[in-house]
Design a protein around this ligand. Structure first.
Ligand code: NAD
Length: 454
């Protein structure tokens, strides 16, 4: 029997479930099953694979409220965010179901014969996900992989496995064979590393910290295994003086405090043009103090607790070193609560500017002009996301082109739209998820030449 891990509700600190922590032997069994599942799944007529994926998407929509409630309990996400996240899973599965029948090769003109390329599934895919967005991030990996004809083994984070387990059940209820889509629960060091190092697993999609991502890429290199890495971020929210300051200030809290700041896209560096500093900051202070940090089960809740006591200590260790300009409020008592916090950091070498805090903390800096804004935004090892606020769209585009990050928004605080590619520059990752081409990452291209001159 595998040892058991207790799963904790971060809002109440209560144990809500017990989940097996699998070992190497059980992971090997899952990989063997996935190899068998692949043989079946890859040969299915595309129309049938698409039909099963659509049925899976429909099941997820049908169970939206159940999945959302489960995520509130397991992750402390607010109920409104959790409903959006469950809906995003349904959308992503349905979107990639639509790509199955359009996955095609080409006929390339060559002398002496006919040349055809085929898109073939890469094989068994391991999808390893973090605890901060257990549902959507899993689906960004597994949905295009399944659409491409791959079998999938999904490894959720140790502390947030419940929605992944339920989503797999829904897949099976929809008719997707168990061997084609499995969830393995357990530690990254054991289960995760086995997926990365077993040669029967042909591709790894990893979302998590940069440190573990680098380790995974090294392990995968020994097997020349394909990896997509979605890693950390330290993104900038750049506010120019010509922006609509009311809108920029009203949305700025949600660009960093959403999911209690436990968001790889969090704009945790707020860069404000000097001439707009006073006007922007007074509006921003009012907006931060208005963020409703409360029981995530309430429809009105805009921010829940942090994921664990240990993580709260890490967040606090950053803030201990900084000048707090102002902060919002949060509940006291049970639960890993932390208030939205705004800090001022003058030294660009300070760790609150350079490292991912992954909590509801934003560091404010000022810039003089466009050139300095781009330089400051780029002064980071990371390059995942970011926002630019300006009424001059020419400037918005110039600055967006100048910043080295994968997903930028002009006059918007959101980053992720499943129709468009998402991923990072620099230490934020390798490869792209989502968008129309995501299935390509799960395909080999085979070229066949037929000699017509014999
Ligand atoms: P983490 O790197 O600790 O763990 C992520 C996953 O990897 C977990 O499932 C874990 O069990 C597994 N893992 C850990 N060690 C492993 C190993 N040696 N081999 C294989 N698997 C291993 O990250 P976390 O703390 O769960 O998540 C937070 C991090 O994720 C933050 O840095 C955040 O920025 C990043 N993140 C990035 C994106 C993105 O799309 N770029 C999205 C969400 C989160």
């Amino acid at each position: 029997m595998a040892p058991i891990r207790e799963i904790i509700n971060p809002s109440t600190e209560e144990v809500i479930a017990e989940v097996p922590s699998l070992g190497i032997a059980e992971t090997d069994v899952a990989i063997g099953k996935a190899v068998r599942g692949l043989e079946h799944w890859r040969k299915l007529a595309p129309a049938e694979r698409a039909r099963l994926l659509r049925a899976f998407g429909a099941k997820v929509y049908e169970h939206n409220e159940e999945l959302a409630q489960l995520e509130v309990k397991n992750s402390g996400h607010t109920i409104s965010n959790s409903r959006w996240e469950a809906n995003n899973v349904g959308d992503v599965i349905t979107y990639y179901a639509g790509s199955v029948e359009r996955l095609m090769g080409r006929q390339i003109p060559v002398p002496g014969g006919v040349d055809i390329t085929f898109k073939e599934p890469i094989g068994v895919v391991g999808v390893i996900v973090p605890w901060n967005f257990p549902m959507p991030i899993a689906s960004w990996g597994f949905a295009p992989a399944l659409a491409a004809g791959c079998s999938v083994i999904l490894k959720p984070a140790e502390i947030t496995p419940l929605t992944a387990m339920r989503i797999a059940e829904l897949a099976h209820e929809a008719g997707i064979p168990e061997e084609v889509f499995q969830v393995v629960t357990g530690s990254g060091r054991v289960v995760g590393e086995r997926l990365v190092t077993d040669p029967r697993v042909r591709k790894i999609v990893f979302t998590g910290s940069t440190e573990v991502g680098i380790h995974i890429q090294k392990l995968a290199a020994d097997h020349l295994k394909a990896v997509t890495l979605e890693l950390g971020g330290k993104s900038a929210n750049v506010v120019f003086a010509d922006a609509d300051l009311d809108k920029a200030a009203a949305t700025a809290p949600y660009s960093v405090f959403d999911n209690a700041g436990q968001d790889c896209c969090a704009r945790s560096r707020l860069l404000v043009q000097e001439s707009a500093y006073d006007g922007f900051m007074s509006r921003f202070e009012a907006a931060v103090k208005g963020v409703k940090v409360e029981d995530p089960r309430l429809d009105s809740s805009e921010m829940g607790p942090l994921i664990s006591a240990g993580h709260r200590e890490t967040v606090q260790s950053f803030v201990d070193e900084d000048l707090v300009l102002f902060r919002g409020s949060c509940p006291t008592g049970s639960g890993y609560w932390y208030p939205p916090t705004v800090i001022e950091v003058k030294d660009p070498a300070h760790r609150s500017i350079r490292e991912e805090i992954f909590g509801p903390v934003v560091a404010v800096q000022t810039f003089r002009d466009e050139e300095e804004a781009i330089a400051m935004a780029n002064d980071s090892d990371y390059g995942l996301s970011g926002s630019i606020w300006t009424s001059n769209l020419g400037r918005g585009l110039r600055v967006a082109r100048g910043i080295e990050t994968g997903a930028l928004s002009v006059n918007s605080h959101s980053s992720v739209r499943y129709w468009t590619p998402f991923g990072g520059y620099k230490k934020s990752g390798i490869g792209r998820e989502l968008g129309p081409d995501a299935t390509d990452a799960f395909c080999e291209t085979k070229n066949v030449f037929i000699n017509t001159e014999i």
